[in-house]
Design a protein around this ligand. Structure first.
Ligand code: IYR
Length: 224
């Protein structure tokens, strides 16, 4: 069994406690401004910003470091139109037949429906795919481990990087979204994970007046 050569952990930085406190507090204040946006501007965004955010996302930890993700970045109007049409068809089914009463009731405060104009308006759609298997250059398959956890982590880091850059995102999950494989030419071994809509918010964008759970609600501390 071979193993990787190792290198010193030279990039790690420790901060004095006060600086640590300030850094994490500042980060919380910044990320706490992130809101999911459904109304986008069509103002263009330079592609290199998206590329750097993707490189940040791909630093996420992954099972056995196999990095089981693929990001298909769509900026062309024809492809966006195809995606919108396919997504709206699925969403129509969802809102009229597939969703349970309970699910529709949970969504009601968000005011979502089957119309998805942002899929054509926003400058970028990033389709995130989860790879259950990787493929070696010789065509052999390599099993991936924890692909859903890994892809979720990378997607969270992507959303964070885009927010840090000053962009808004919408995590959109038309269900089912197999149509993305066909439109984007991705292999069957890849499962569409979600569709991230990226751009500037519309000038008059509004968001639901909802909050976040408190620390007491989300965490427990066991000191014994
Ligand atoms: N995919 C649908 C429904 C939807 C589901 C959840 I869970 C949301 O948080 C929001 C919407 C849609 O995008 O409208």
């Amino acid at each position: 069994m071979s193993s990787y050569p190792t290198i010193p952990l030279s990039e790690y930085r420790e901060y004095p406690i006060e600086e640590m406190r300030r850094r994490v507090t500042d980060f919380f204040a910044d990320i706490n401004r992130r809101r999911t946006v459904r109304e986008f501007s069509d103002r263009p965004v330079p592609r290199d910003i998206i590329e750097t955010a993707l490189e940040a996302a791909s630093t996420a930890p992954s099972g056995a470091n196999l990095q089981p993700w693929h990001f298909a970045v769509v900026s062309g109007p024809e492809t966006k139109k195809k995606i919108r049409e396919a997504a709206e068809a699925e969403e129509r089914e969802f809102y009229t037949h597939r969703a349970s009463e309970e699910w529709l009731a949970a969504l009601a405060p968000l005011g979502t429906d089957d119309q998805k104009p942002f899929l054509e308006k926003a400058p970028y759609l990033i389709a995130v795919f989860l790879q259950k298997f990787g493929e070696l250059p010789d065509g052999c398959k390599v099993k991936h481990y924890y692909p859903a956890e890994s892809t979720g982590l990378a997607t969270g880091m992507l959303i964070t990087a885009l927010h840090v850059a000053g962009l808004a995102t919408l995590t959109h999950t038309p269900s089912p979204m197999k149509f993305l494989n066909e439109i984007l030419g991705r292999p069957k071994s890849e499962r569409p994970f979600l569709l991230l809509v990226v751009g500037y918010p519309a000038d008059d964008a509004r968001v639901p007046d909802i909050g976040r759970k408190s620390l007491e609600e989300i965490a427990s501390f066991i000191d014994t």
